[in-house]
Design a protein around this ligand. Structure first.
Ligand code: GUN
Length: 287
């Protein structure tokens, strides 16, 4: 069994971005700029946003962090997004989720200019992914694919089971696996006999947010197991959706939590920001 080292792979991705940004700076260009908006004081969101800003600094990009109070109105948030859409110094816009209950998440995601949508959550990017256009791919699913690539295993003809059907992870990762010619099953909380479905998987991606849901007897011997879950336990420890101890003995490759998918999300965000910068720069110079 091999452990897929998300920390090392994410570092390599960040270093790729860093080298490109250094090249831009050396040519006297404006470096890419990521703008992160956080609403309210969700402690987990605060940690994620801090890490995103830190990663941007590491790669040599600029970043802006806009902190809005929990009480901010939907209109004020939308106005803020529109002003960033118009700002030529901003290449990527990310609104950290979840948002307070009084704000309509869908309205917010639609308001972000698709060409600055570093999360890949705008409906036009979501549609683009599903019809096979080369567009911005959500960060966590892109990170999962990069981890799978690191194993060198060809996914063609393999059975992939994705447990979880969220818009952020489950659905897009299923499409990306399909693009690699895997036979894809999306399982979820209502799936009958989840164990039997999971045991079919050559590639098992767990993204449901239930600590330790996937146990060793649900894993096919030799499967690749990717754990997207980040569950905070009462004692403060982080725990994945996969019971690492029992699954590690059965899998050929497995990701740990922490140090697996988590750091990849941020690394792919850096890649997406650079991509938006390069694409917008190109389309601006065509005007
Ligand atoms: N909240 C949890 N995951 C994400 C993510 O990938 N992007 C944003 N914007 N918010 C999140």
């Amino acid at each position: 069994m091999g452990i897929i080292d998300g920390k090392a792979i994410s570092q390599a991705v960040k270093d790729e971005v860093k080298a490109e940004v250094a090249g831009i700076a050396a040519r006297g260009g404006r470096v890419p700029c990521l703008c992160v908006i956080i609403v309210g004081e969700n402690p987990a969101s605060q940690v994620y946003v801090r890490n995103k800003v830190k990663a941007a600094a590491y790669t040599g990009m600029e970043s802006r962090q806009i902190e809005l109070p929990e009480s901010v109105s939907e209109d004020e948030l939308l106005a803020q997004i529109r002003s960033l859409n118009e700002d030529p110094a901003v290449d990527g816009i990310l609104v950290q989720l979840p948002l307070p209950k009084h704000i309509d998440e869908e309205k917010v995601l639609v308001a972000i200019a698709p060409e600055k949508d570093v999360d890949g959550f705008h409906p036009s990017n979501v549609a683009g992914l599903w019809i096979g256009k080369d567009c911005i791919v959500p960060c966590t699913p892109a990170g999962v694919m990069r981890l799978l690539d690191s194993t060198g295993v060809d996914l063609t003809g393999k059975t992939a089971v994705v447990v979880g059907r969220s818009n952020i992870v489950g659905k897009p990762v299923a499409k990306l696996l399909l693009d690699r010619n895997a036979t894809v099953v999306i399982a979820h909380s209502r799936t009958a006999d989840l164990g039997a479905v999971c045991r079919q998987a050559d590639v098992l991606v767990a993204a449901v947010g239930r600590a330790g849901l996937i146990t060793g007897e649900m894993v096919k011997p030799g499967a690749i197991v990717i754990d997207v879950g980040i569950n905070r336990m009462p004692d403060g420890r982080l725990c994945g959706d996969v019971d690492f101890a029992s699954c590690a003995d059965v899998a050929s490759w497995i990701t740990p939590v922490p140090g697996g998918v988590g750091p990849m999300t941020i690394a792919m965000l850096m890649k997406n920001t650079l991509r938006c910068y390069l694409q917008n720069f190109k389309s601006a110079s065509r005007k």
